[in-house]
Design a protein around this ligand. Structure first.
Ligand SMILES: [Fe+2]
Length: 432
């Protein structure tokens, strides 16, 4: 079976008429016991209705398909319907027990499991008979370095111990050599061409299912009554543009401002940007989404929303006609430090019966500053949060040896996830 078979087993556009409320969450990382506990508690007490609620999960539940992923997905599907887009953690392979498998094999397994569990992974029209129908379009993607904003801070990138570089195998997409044709000064171990591969897999959504036609679908379902509002909601795990990066502070600015590095972990942020997502993804989203007219925007009749995951730094902002939302559960330590809100919950984004889009309570650009008290509060929290000792294991690694030789930035770690964690002191280590 080719890895493009996500679209072969069912219609390109599935209908879920009964859905009323649409929620989102990403980066559940239920390998962490605290996150498992969180999920149990929030599903048990969440007042979800399995017939009328849909939860969009934008990737990174767990790499462990035999146990953790299935258990977590079972809890979710017991209480609500689920639409899932795999994240980078789902692409991790077990080299020890399956030395010949690839990450393409792994993603196929993920889609198979989702299909067996009744989890949506394809385009979905919800509430077609409702006043506010919504189209949901899951998009596959990866990262390619195109969101990089400070190559000068990435000269040790080829040694950077980002876990995907060890735990993913992309047959046919090896890292490029430094002297090959790329705009990146240091492509390191990025699997070049992989984003184009995944975006090409999204193309059937454009070829066979142009979205203006879906308005006709909804009108027909509504006995030709025009909906009060319609929305198109795209979903990816990875970041689509520089504005969605954790450090990007001013949406009106075209260039990154080094003053935004006030947290002191700029080198980490610059390197994370290279594994965060792809500008090609936003190009595809904007090609997919019809541009709303000024009247549409003023009347709220047509809404464009993109949900993403991966960075563990919450976002909710509108940029050039699209609302971008990142609502991660993240790691326990990130909640302790207010990188992610300690009160994080499933975010309601659409109601097909009453309001259509559920507006943001407030714009979110840098949550730890806007709601978490900023640097002074962070310094207090850091003093009371145990540092992660596991990073000491990597002292003496090629990365740290390279740093010693070239006096590179202070960060030292194996990084499974996440960008800047403000360095309120010299020993602060970002979380995984
Ligand atoms: Fe991720």
């Amino acid at each position: 079976m080719e890895d493009s078979d996500r679209f072969n087993s069912a219609e390109l556009l599935q209908l879920a008429d009964s859905i009323q409320r649409v929620f989102c969450l990403s980066d559940l990382h239920t390998d962490h016991p605290d996150n498992q506990k969180w999920l149990h508690e929030h599903m048990d007490h969440g007042n979800f209705n399995r017939d009328t609620d849909l939860i969009i999960v934008a990737g990174d539940i767990s790499h462990d398909m035999t146990d953790t992923f299935v258990k977590s997905m079972s809890i979710l599907t017991e209480h609500a319907q689920v639409l899932f887009v795999p994240g980078n953690h789902e692409a991790w392979i077990d080299r020890k027990h399956a030395p010949k498998s690839t990450s393409f094999d792994k993603l196929r397994q993920v889609y198979d499991v989702c299909e067996q569990m009744g989890v949506y992974t394809q385009s979905l029209l919800v509430g077609a008979n409702s006043p506010h129908p919504l189209w949901i379009v899951p998009l596959e993607s990866w990262y390619d370095g195109t969101l990089s904003f400070r190559e000068s801070l990435c000269h040790d990138f080829q040694y950077w111990p980002w876990a995907d570089f060890k735990r993913c195998v992309w047959e046919g997409y090896p890292p490029v050599e430094e002297d090959t044709d790329t705009e990146l000064e240091n492509p390191g171990q990025l699997p070049m061409g992989l984003v184009e591969h995944f975006l090409a897999k999204n193309e059937p959504l454009f070829l066979n299912n142009p979205f203006p036609n879906n308005i006709a679908v909804a009108n027909t379902a509504n006995n030709h009554k025009e909906p009060q509002s319609t929305g198109i909601l795209t979903v990816s795990h990875f970041l689509p543009n520089v504005q969605s990066l954790p450090d990007w502070k001013d949406l009106d600015r075209a260039e990154f401002d080094d003053a935004w590095f006030d947290h002191g972990a700029g080198g980490m942020s610059a390197k994370f940007a290279k594994v965060a997502g792809s500008a090609l993804l936003d190009d595809q989203i904007r090609r997919l989404l019809p541009s709303p007219t000024d009247d549409d925007l003023a009347s709220n009749k047509k809404r464009n929303i993109h949900i993403f995951g991966h960075s563990h730094r919450p976002k909710d902002f509108v940029y050039e006609g699209i609302r971008y939302i990142h609502n991660p559960l993240g790691k326990p330590r990130e909640r302790q430090l207010y990188m992610v809100s300690p009160q994080v919950d499933f975010q309601l984004v659409w109601d097909t019966q009453s309001t259509g889009e559920v507006p943001a309570v407030t714009t979110v650009i840098r949550l730890w500053e806007e709601q978490g008290g900023g640097l002074p509060a962070l310094e207090r929290r850091l003093a009371s949060v145990k540092p992660r000792g596991r990073y000491n294991r990597f002292k003496g690694s090629r990365y740290n040896n390279a740093k010693t030789k070239t006096q590179q930035p202070k960060e030292q770690q194996v990084v499974e996830q996440q960008p800047q964690q403000p360095q309120a002191n010299a020993t602060t280590i970002p979380t995984e």
